[in-house]
Design a protein around this ligand. Structure first.
Ligand code: GLC
Length: 505
């Protein structure tokens, strides 16, 4: 078992977590100042977004220089201090690495467009035919109508899976692969504990085969993993691969690709189960996901900084989800819903807790999105996915303890929705979430024990066994009596099997 099997992960957006210098923008020192809070909550690993220099047209996922710290967030010394302070508290730190594409402001791209025959000429995917790769879907459907853009300077089109200003790197160019290996080494040598590999399915494109999960991509991951195993054996890489279930699992390989993969197949099913009052979507999806190779782990999550993606949902499921969760059409973003956990649950404490309990007990290591532990709201009037990226609420009142300056994005607020208030109230969501984290830690078998479905005989009640623990979750607003266990509306229970007796549930 590795450290990440039982780690509690916490995703904090740098610009939105805590502003140490009053310029209205969260920063690295701000995060360092809140490490005590993360330790108190029970966090084992902090996930930071791309912190590199960037024009910030995609919140830093548009990288202009992989080896520098974005000055908006601080300095390299600030980053090193954050790492040191986190490690001193036993908290690991991983960061996002967007390696499928760069910003068009990156030096490589500037050179590539200027000098096709030069050393960077092949670093990007250039072509003369903007209809090439017709099978490749567009991801940012709200903003883009093609994956190709015309570059006046070079007189060619370049390929981009995301925004036009994010040209795709050309992984067929060996020098690009070498650059990425060296960037990984650069940060690992500083003591970083791992990476989230952003948009990893899209590294290669092939005529007739599209541009997702190609054999070449897996071969690259295997080489990257071999290097990491040899040079940084404690490091962890987690893949963002939002693909159909079996394809998602391919990112583990036989344990020779990435260590962890976000469980995109399960995530929307959790919300579908709540919306329909039926446990069936979860039984079905978990049936489809066989056990993982040794030493691999799912990253289980409810929400993150993106829309709640429905790209892989069937048309019927997508409609059900939009009907349930995007009644306000502004909540739709690309193919999904940009809302936070608490508003998705219409502020219903019972449902929010139910989902946190699932997060802690489903196969995988839990990832918590900052602010969800206090039931923070969102602001659907904001563009793109910024509805779910508003400042963390530390205290009541103006600035929310986040900043003394004028913030770029509004603070959502809401009475009682702050860390300070909830820390004083034993019955608060924050204290409940903290308790669930502690409970998860008291059951280390949840990190590795296989998932076994348990039929409860009640459509709305999801039952499964992990090791010696029976986990029950009621997706309905009705009381349920299962014999030895009673569940209130949206109730949940983690029951040691020996307390139940044979075949009672
Ligand atoms: C990933 C990130 C998303 C970003 C995109 C392009 O999907 O999660 O926030 O916009 O990659 O880098």
């Amino acid at each position: 078992m590795s450290w990440f099997h039982n780690a509690i992960f916490y995703q904090a957006l740098l610009h939105a977590f805590n502003d140490s210098n009053g310029d209205g923008m969260g920063d690295l020192r701000g995060v360092t100042d809140k490490l005590d809070y993360l330790e108190w909550l029970g966090v084992d690993c902090l996930w930071l977004p791309p912190m590199f220099d960037s024009p910030m047209r995609d919140d830093g996922y548009d990288i202009a220089d992989y080896r520098s710290i974005n000055p908006r967030y601080g300095t390299m010394a600030d980053f090193e201090e954050l790492l040191e302070q986190a490690h001193a508290r036993g908290i690991r730190v991983i960061t996002d690495l967007a390696l499928n594409h760069t910003s068009d402001q990156h030096y490589w791209f500037q050179e590539s467009r200027r000098d096709p025959a030069g050393p960077y000429g092949d670093y990007y995917v250039w072509g003369d035919d903007p209809t090439r790769y017709p099978e490749i879907r567009i991801i940012f459907t709200d903003y883009e109508i093609s994956n190709w853009a015309w570059d006046e300077e070079r007189g060619q089109y370049y390929f981009h899976r995301f925004y036009t200003h994010q040209p795709d790197l050309n992984y067929d160019c060996p020098a690009v692969q070498t650059e990425i290996f060296d960037i990984v080494r650069f940060w690992m040598d500083k003591g970083l504990d791992g990476f989230r590999l952003d948009a990893i399915p899209y590294l290669f494109e092939r005529d007739g085969q599209g541009g997702e999960s190609l054999p070449e991509t897996f071969a690259f991951l295997e080489r990257l993993r071999a290097m990491v195993n040899a040079e940084y054996p404690e490091a962890m890489m987690i893949a963002e691969a939002n693909q159909p279930p079996r394809e998602t699992m391919e990112y583990f390989g036989s344990g020779n690709r990435v260590h962890m993969v976000f469980n995109f197949p399960v995530m929307p099913k959790i919300f579908e189960a709540v919306a329909t009052g039926s446990a069936e979507p979860l039984y079905d999806i978990l049936d489809e996901l066989p056990p993982l190779p040794a030493d691999c782990q799912w990253g289980t999550f409810l929400r993150n900084h993106d829309e709640l993606t429905l790209e892989m949902a069937s048309p019927a499921a997508r409609t059900r989800m939009y009907d349930a969760y995007a009644k306000d059409p502004r909540a739709k973003a690309n193919v999904g819903i940009a809302r936070r956990l608490a508003p998705l649950m219409e502020g219903d404490r019972r449902k929010i807790e139910l989902l946190f309990s699932l997060l802690m007990t489903l196969p995988g290591a839990p990832f918590i999105y900052y602010g969800d532990e206090i039931g923070m709201g969102d602001d659907v009037s904001l563009p793109d996915r910024y509805a779910v990226r508003t400042p963390m609420q530390w205290e009541p009142g103006p600035g929310a303890g986040f900043s003394t300056g004028e913030t770029r994005w509004p603070i959502v607020g809401g009475e009682g929705t702050s860390v300070a208030e909830q820390q004083l109230d034993d019955a608060s969501l924050l204290m409940t979430v903290r308790g669930l984290i502690a409970q998860r830690k008291a059951h280390p078998e949840l990190g590795t024990a296989p998932y076994e479905a348990v039929e409860t005989g009640v459509e709305g009640v999801f039952g499964f066994q992990r090791g010696d623990l029976l986990c029950l979750h009621n997706f309905t607003d009705a009381d349920v009596d299962l014999g030895p266990v009673e569940l209130g509306p949206y109730g949940y229970a983690w029951v040691p099997i020996e307390e139940i007796g044979d075949g009672a549930v």
